[in-house]
Each structure stands twice: as structure tokens, then as C-alpha cells.
Design a protein around this ligand. Structure first.
Ligand code: 5GP
Ligand code: ZN
Length: 114
């Protein structure tokens, strides 16, 4: 998608700090981190969000979750633990409509999903 922010990050038109990349996935640091580690894991093929994952091939979808695990390990989060979040739609405050998984860690998270 030409006017999608994260597609532009994948293509390199918008710079980002890469954390991990493979055939299916790109992972980079969030520009406005909410925790000491805050990485966004995104599929290279554009899909608008969680509500559209039925449009994805299984390899790409699985690669996203595997990349979340790999990024967490790479960032040293296995001992302390971490959170993986995907906001979908208005109530969840999704602001970029390209599927992404936030990998958050490095501090104690609140004991609430709100
Ligand atoms: P959402 O609110 O859709 O769940 O998450 C979008 C995330 O993208 C936010 O955490 C926001 O900080 C991040 N973000 C927005 N624009 C940019 C950008 O240009 N570069 C990077 N690295 N992150 C961005
Ligand atoms: Zn996109």
C-alpha cells in the first residue's frame, strides 16, 4: 500500500531502527516507547489489522508470532517477562492500520489490560 506508514518503513522510504527481519516479517523500535523495550513486529505483506488476519497466508501469520518470541529473547526479556499486544479498531486505539504486534518489556506492567 503506497500511503501506509508501515509499508513505507518496510520499503525504507521512512527510516526506522531495525531489530529483526526475515522473509515475512520486519521488526523495529517504536518511535514513542512505552517501556524500556518497545518493538513493533509487522508482516511485510500489508494487512490492515487483527480483524483481517484471515486474508494472510499462514506462514506470514505464524512468522509474526515467532518473531515476537525471537525479539523478546534477543532483547533479554525472557527472565523478566514481556507483553505482546495488537490493538484492533477504534476502541483499542489502533492508530496505524497495518497489522502490528507491540512487544513490551523491561519494566513491571500494570495488572490490567486496560
Ligand atoms: P497502535 O496505536 O496502532 O497500536 O500503534 C502504532 C504505534 O506506531 C505507536 O506505538 C506509535 O508510537 C508507532 N509509530 C507511529 N509512527 C511511527 C514511526 O514513524 N516510526 C516508528 N518507529 N513508530 C511509529
Ligand atoms: Zn501497510
Amino acid at each position: 500500500m503506497t500511503d501506509c506508514l508501515f509499508c513505507k518503513i518496510i520499503s525504507g522510504d521512512i527510516p526506522s531502527t531495525k531489530v529483526y527481519e526475515d522473509e515475512y516479517v520486519y521488526a523495529f523500535r517504536d518511535i514513542n516507547p512505552q517501556a524500556p523495550t518497545h518493538v513493533l513486529v509487522i508482516p511485510k505483506k500489508h494487512v490492515s489489522g487483527m480483524s483481517a488476519v484471515d486474508e494472510m497466508d499462514d506462514a506470514s501469520l505464524a512468522a509474526c508470532l515467532r518473531a515476537c518470541r525471537l525479539v523478546a529473547a534477543q532483547e533479554g526479556l525472557n527472565d523478566g517477562g514481556y507483553r505482546v499486544v495488537s490493538n484492533c479498531g477504534d476502541h483499542a486505539c489502533q492508530s496505524v492500520h497495518h497489522l502490528h504486534f507491540h512487544v513490551l518489556g523491561g519494566r513491571q506492567m500494570a495488572d490490567t489490560m486496560a
